[in-house]
Ligand binder design. Structure first.
Ligand code: AMP
Length: 502
């Protein structure tokens, strides 16, 4: 038996002097595969020294640095369960994640130590600190550990990580991802995106989310490729990195910001692939990026609980507004949201998925786990959409964002796509607002492009020719920019709160 994931990601290259990762900001640093493997060994030993045993959770709330990747690898190697958290969470917010996951060790930024000490003491966890190079007690502890470490054996079904879902309803739940969930998904993605050792990924995503951690890091490592590691997204740094890179993975806001950057066009010929996910990429943004750079952004779709499920093809048509066909190991079906019966091609309903990428369940939440799956094992994503005749998936939005007005369904994504195509519109979000007569009415929140002034009447006049009457917004409000979370998702709850009573 072996350690499923670590062996696949690092083992083939463990003694290689090739570069796995390099930073380009402030003081540039490089890490070879060998250095990363040895640091993962020292960190796994350090975690053992702090009392962690295989199967224990390790809570990690640190700023992104190459050491964060080493810590993730140390958890895989030591058989621990990695639980990354957004460094922006306050101590109060952290309380739920930490008490729920019940970790043996918490690693936090040195600045957070005093705040987290009482919480760690209460649950009996050891607290240690890390902030990049040479900073924090955990960094020091791992420095003095022997480098030899016998990778702990794990079964494919053993948990590798717990990631808390964004938690749009109720308290965030921990999605347990197994070694085989992560490995099978990374294998599919390496194959459909044709990742090879020659690829250089610009890594500008956070690493506490599935996108930056699993899609970006696992795929790069499985292919033996390398990364230019940016602490966070910065359009200037990304454009500068492009001549030495081949792939960018981003959320749609990355692409919107890049379009505003004057250096974009010149820098793109070296890039072979721009990938987008985590939030809908509007066809208008897709078109603008293509016009400016000649590249058709490749959009894909996934969730924390499942990893990636669908992707537009590398060769073949990348359809704007669609997330492409199911990945090779994943099955997708569309069902009637109430009864669960499978709907014919072209009809919009609940997106359900099945495959080795789908998680086994939520951490310590039997009831919620049961509710998330159909009796025949399909996972109910909570997203609505349809499959077209070629098997391409089109997402209409979250089921909870569906607008029902006068008994008719309005899918926000459809209306947003039409609004986004109106000249001068940068982005839009369509929400339902409570209405005594219609149940809900359609409200459009629109952010104009910088320097553009838009008028409600002009927009309505354009929409009237393109949308059925019941889909037309009854109200249009303008905002400078839509409120988005760190993964680029529009926070529709906030918009409903803002405009719901007005
Ligand atoms: P998370 O669990 O934070 O990764 O969020 C998953 C959710 O993000 C999905 O259920 C979708 O609602 C949304 N999502 C991810 N990728 C896309 C995409 N390409 N288009 C539209 N929505 C997406």
């Amino acid at each position: 038996m072996s350690n499923h994931l670590y062996d696949a990601l690092v083992d083939p290259h463990r003694e290689s002097e090739e570069i796995l990762l390099r930073t380009v900001e402030k003081e540039p640093r490089t890490f070879t595969w060998d250095q990363m493997h040895r640091m993962a060994g020292r960190m796994a030993r350090a975690l053992q020294r702090l009392g962690a045993r295989p199967g224990d959770r390790i809570t990690v709330q640190v700023h992104k640095s190459p050491e964060t990747l080493a810590l993730y690898l140390a958890c895989l190697r030591g058989g621990f369960v990695f639980q990354p958290l957004n460094p922006a969470y306050t101590t109060t917010e952290l309380e739920h994640f930490v008490t729920d996951a019940d970790p043996a060790v918490i690693i936090c930024d040195p600045d957070r130590k005093a705040d987290l000490e009482p919480l760690a003491a209460r649950i009996g966890a050891r607290l240690s600190t890390l902030r990049g190079d040479w900073k924090g007690s955990f960094f020091m502890l791992q420095m003095v550990q022997p480098e030899t470490f016998e990778t702990v054996e794990r079964r494919p079904e053993d948990p590798a990580a717990i990631l808390y879902t964004s938690g749009t309803t109720g308290r965030p739940k921990g999605a347990v991802l197994t070694h085989s969930n992560l490995l099978s998904n990374a294998r599919d993605l390496v194959s459909v995106w044709d990742f090879t050792a020659d690829d250089v990924l610009i890594h500008a995503l956070p690493v506490y989310h599935a996108h930056g951690l699993f899609v970006a890091c696992n795929v790069t490592m499985l292919a033996g490729a390398s990364m230019i590691w940016l602490e966070k997204f910065d359009a200037d740094a990304v454009v500068k990195a492009m001549p030495e890179a081949s792939v960018l993975m981003g959320v749609p806001t990355f692409y919107a910001r890049l379009l505003e950057h004057r250096g974009l066009k010149r820098a793109t010929p070296d890039m072979r692939l721009f990938i987008s996910g985590s939030a809908p990429l509007s066809p208008a943004l897709h078109a603008r990026f293509r016009e400016k750079t000649g590249h058709a952004i490749l959009e894909r779709y996934g969730l924390t609980e499942t990893g990636m499920n669908a992707s537009n093809p590398l060769d073949g048509e990348r359809r704007p507004g669609s997330v492409g066909p199911a990945l090779p190991s994943t099955e997708i079906r569309i069902t009637d949201p109430d009864g669960g019966t499978v709907l014919p091609t072209g009809e919009t309903g609940m997106i359900e998925v099945r495959g080795p990428n789908v998680f086994p369940g939520y951490w310590k939440r039997e009831k919620e786990t049961e509710e998330a799956f159909r009796k025949d094992g399909w996972f109910v994503t909570g997203d609505l959409g349809h499959l077209d005749a070629d098997g391409y998936l089109h997402i209409s939005g979250r089921a909870r964002d569906l607008i029902i007005t006068g008994g008719l369904n309005v899918y926000p994504a459809e209306v947003e796509a039409v609004i986004d195509a109106v000249p001068g519109v940068a982005e839009s979000a369509v929400i339902g607002l409570p209405d005594p007569e219609w149940g809900e009415t359609v409200c459009a929140v629109i952010a104009p492009q910088p320097g553009r002034r838009l008028k409600e009447d002009d927009i309505l006049a354009t929409l009237e020719n393109r949308l059925a009457r019941f889909k037309l917004p009854c109200r249009i409000v303008f905002m400078e920019a839509l409120p988005r979370n760190t993964m680029g998702k529009v926070m529709k709850d906030e918009l409903r709160r803002l405009y719901g009573n007005g």
